[in-house]
Design a protein around this ligand. Structure first.
Ligand code: BGC
Length: 415
């Protein structure tokens, strides 16, 4: 009996000693999730982190698409004070790694079996020299058309599934005095439209050649001219005040019935959901891409930081990010779908399940395509060169011929 008590006491003492030696996890997290749906999503991770003994310092940088956040990040890294974790994606993860700024979370990834849990098609985005250096939170689909169901039903219009149907619907609505397209005139939003048009009009092979491989023939092709012509057509469907408008304000216009459509990634669905709207009832989702799927994986990259508490914070955050419950709840709010393959889609609504089914089909068909506009396909300078031309064309009377020439030249100069 005495012996047993002694053992219990020493085990307790050992437990206490271990706790005292452990650093309390801390994380300063830089992200650009500031809209209603986005903030609800990131709060899930913040709460889980704190509930697991961590201390979360939030560093939100407003500005859709993340341009402002990336400027803030560079300033922090240059001043030798990188945040613990940063919302980052695509080749910019590897670019930061090449600059020597990123740490490695391979030990967490191995312990938690990430290679088994993540689709092979997205793993390479998260690895640096073959080892995990970022943890994914989701898979967003970009090429969506969101529509106000009351407007469409009253006008007798089905959710458009290609650009001809979209144009026909928009003409009809314009004739009825209804604004067809809610758009925010910021360069990244113009680029979002452009890539959805490119994949829908040109098909997956054209998209890959032009916007992933940067093939000069594809960039100069007649198909690319048609893409710019369709951009000009879309420009005719937006209101006069679109310039500079934030994406979530454009979503609000569809939610409130001020416009029929928005073309935007499924973070827009997060806004509908945050406003208490139901897919199939209050709004519709459709894709103009004929089986192709433009994706974007948000993830956290972990920068080199000093201090055991911050390093412990990185490991805890990496582990929680890939947790099954987190991947479900975060994505129910965010509008995206889980990156983990084993999360049940039962609690997801129609558009989420559709996204998941389309993703799997696109993987099988080879139609899964990285979004250029959301930093998944190209290095920053190359993507920037394309976006400059796209936005210059959209906001002027530049012809499609001129745009195509400028595009091919700008891409060549950026390589
Ligand atoms: C990000 C999303 C974000 C959206 C709007 C995208 O680039 O991947 O997570 O919601 O921008 O800011």
């Amino acid at each position: 009996m005495m012996k047993k008590m002694l053992m219990v006491t020493s085990a307790l003492a050992l437990g206490l000693a271990t706790t005292a030696a452990k650093a309390d996890p801390e994380a300063e997290v830089l992200h650009w999730w500031t809209s209603g749906g986005e903030a609800a999503a990131v709060k899930v991770l913040m709460e889980e982190f704190n509930a697991n003994g961590g201390t979360w310092t939030d560093m939100p940088v407003a500005g859709g698409g993340g341009d402002a956040a990336m400027t803030a990040l560079r300033a922090r890294v240059l001043s030798g004070n990188a945040p613990t974790a940063v919302q980052l994606k695509g080749p910019s993860i590897q670019e930061w790694y090449e600059e020597g700024a990123l740490g490695n979370i391979q030990d967490v990834a191995e312990a938690e079996n990430w290679d088994e849990l993540l689709p092979e098609a997205i793993q390479y985005h998260l690895k640096c020299d073959g080892e995990y250096c970022a943890a994914p939170v989701n898979i967003h689909r970009i090429d969506w058309i969101w529509s106000n169901s009351d407007i469409l039903d009253e006008a007798g219009i089905e959710p458009p599934k290609n650009w001809d149907e979209f144009n026909a619907a928009a003409e009809k609505l314009q004739g009825m005095g209804i604004l067809p397209l809610a758009h925010g005139g910021q360069a990244w939003q113009d680029a979002t439209l452009f890539e959805a048009v490119a994949v829908g009009l040109g098909g997956p092979d054209f998209y890959r050649k032009a916007l992933v491989d940067l093939d000069q023939d594809a960039l100069k092709s007649d198909t690319m001219k048609q893409v710019f012509d369709q951009m000009r057509t879309l420009r005719g469907y937006v209101d006069d005040n679109f310039s500079g408008r934030d994406w979530n304000l454009a979503t609000a216009m569809v939610i409130n019935g001020e416009a029929a459509f928005q073309i935007m990634g499924d973070w827009a669905k997060g806004e509908f959901i945050a406003a208490g709207k139901e897919p199939g009832k209050d709004f519709y989702c459709s894709s103009p891409s004929g089986g192709a799927y433009l994706y974007n994986v948000d993830s956290f990259a972990f920068f080199n930081v000093d201090g055991e508490d911050r390093q412990a914070g990185q490991k805890l955050l990496a582990k929680l990010t890939m947790g099954e419950n987190f991947q479900k709840v975060f994505n129910l709010n965010k509008g995206s779908i889980p990156a983990r393959l084993d999360v049940s889609m039962d609690e997801f609504e129609f558009c989420g399940r559709q996204s998941n089914a389309d993703l799997n089909e696109a993987i099988d068909n080879g139609f899964l395509l990285p979004s250029y506009a959301h930093g998944m396909a190209l290095r920053g300078a190359q993507a920037g060169a394309i976006t400059d031309v796209v936005t210059a064309h959209f906001n002027s009377d530049m012809s499609a011929e001129q745009a195509v020439e400028q595009l091919a030249n700008a891409v060549a100069a950026s390589q």
